[in-house]
Design a protein around this ligand. Structure first.
Ligand code: UDP
Ligand code: MN
Length: 288
């Protein structure tokens, strides 16, 4: 491989970068590959010149990655982080759900909490000046290239229920500067005896960057805002729509009826057919 440094271990790029900036997402199974396809289509439609990087683990089938390669995404195979057995056990799905249950929504069965930590490999992508990470369960609805001008570490608050949510960040969208020094620091702080990150990478990033910069909520609009805080919703402003908890491709999930217009929108991006003009969509009050 062209990158010799020991710190770049665990990364296998399939192709070279074509820009100094990248949108980066993560895919560890077929479900999130489907999500990433809709996301990549949505980013491509914005006319950005930044790379679209898909970090994927070795287990993802070639046939699930092929549509992403066809869209010109830059695929980079990543290994899981070198974490201790104790860390992996504490953060394994069953144990994490028992220690810190999700009470506000349902995580799909294909969501493996430990996989989330692979996001931190973004800091190894030193061929880029700036990266904007976006979860594979999100859509970019208008050009957001100005995010590349934001400082590290920028993220939107985790708002979907109440004002108290403004204290926490959501790690589904963030702006970061790749740096091996930062990556090394992160590995040191991440895996310490008995440490437990109850919301995985999200809790870790909040602790690692206590002075995080706030992005507007429109840069990471969480789907529950649609029914919990409808006054916040405005299609003229929503730039990145994030389907936290239940995923729009899950058949008949518990919130499907409430979220129908958002689910339909996701399917239009996934198929690439009949994508509506976002500005013409009805806001939730009017839609309800
Ligand atoms: N992810 C993945 N496989 C997993 C879990 C997570 O590829 O098993 C990636 C994917 O990009 C996903 C992100 O990590 O969008 C965070 O997980 P998710 O979006 O399910 O969490 P939520 O937004 O519901 O908190
Ligand atoms: Mn997500």
């Amino acid at each position: 491989m062209m990158l010799g440094s020991e710190m770049l271990q665990g990364l296998r790029p399939h192709t070279r970068p074509r820009s100094g900036q990248a949108f980066v997402t993560l895919v560890t199974n077929a479900d999130y590959a489907m999500g990433a396809l809709a996301l990549a289509r949505s980013i491509a439609r914005t006319g950005t010149r930044a790379d679209i990087v898909v970090l994927h683990t070795a287990g993802v089938r070639e046939s699930d990655l092929a549509p992403l390669a066809a869209l010109d995404c830059r695929l980079i195979e990543v290994e899981h982080l070198p974490l201790s057995d104790g860390f992996n056990e504490r953060h394994a799905g069953g144990n994490l759900h028992a220690a810190a249950p999700f009470t506000k929504g349902r995580k799909p069965s294909f969501h493996t909490p430990l996989d989330n930590f692979c996001k931190l490999r973004l800091w190894q992508l030193i061929e880029y000046d700036t990266c904007v990470f976006i979860d594979a369960d999100a859509l970019v609805l208008r050009n957001v290239d100005r995010l590349f001008d934001y400082p590290e570490f920028s993220a939107a608050p985790n708002v979907y229920e109440s004002l108290a949510d403004f204290h926490r960040l959501n790690s589904g969208v963030f702006v970061a500067k790749p740096s091996l020094a930062t990556f090394q620091d992160m590995l040191r702080q991440l895996d310490r005896p008995d440490v437990f990150w109850r919301r995985t990478d999200q809790t870790f990033l909040e602790a690692f960057f206590p002075d995080w910069h706030g992005l507007p909520i429109f840069m990471n609009m969480l789907q529950y805002v649609w029914f919990s805080m409808p006054a916040l919703w405005n299609w003229n402003s929503v730039s990145i729509l994030h389907y936290q908890y239940e995923k729009p491709w899950e058949e008949n999930h518990p919130k499907a009826e409430q979220l129908r217009p958002l689910i339909d929108l996701w399917h239009s991006f996934h198929t690439g057919q009949d994508v509506p003009d976002i500005a013409t969509l009805a806001n939730p009050r009017a839609a309800a």
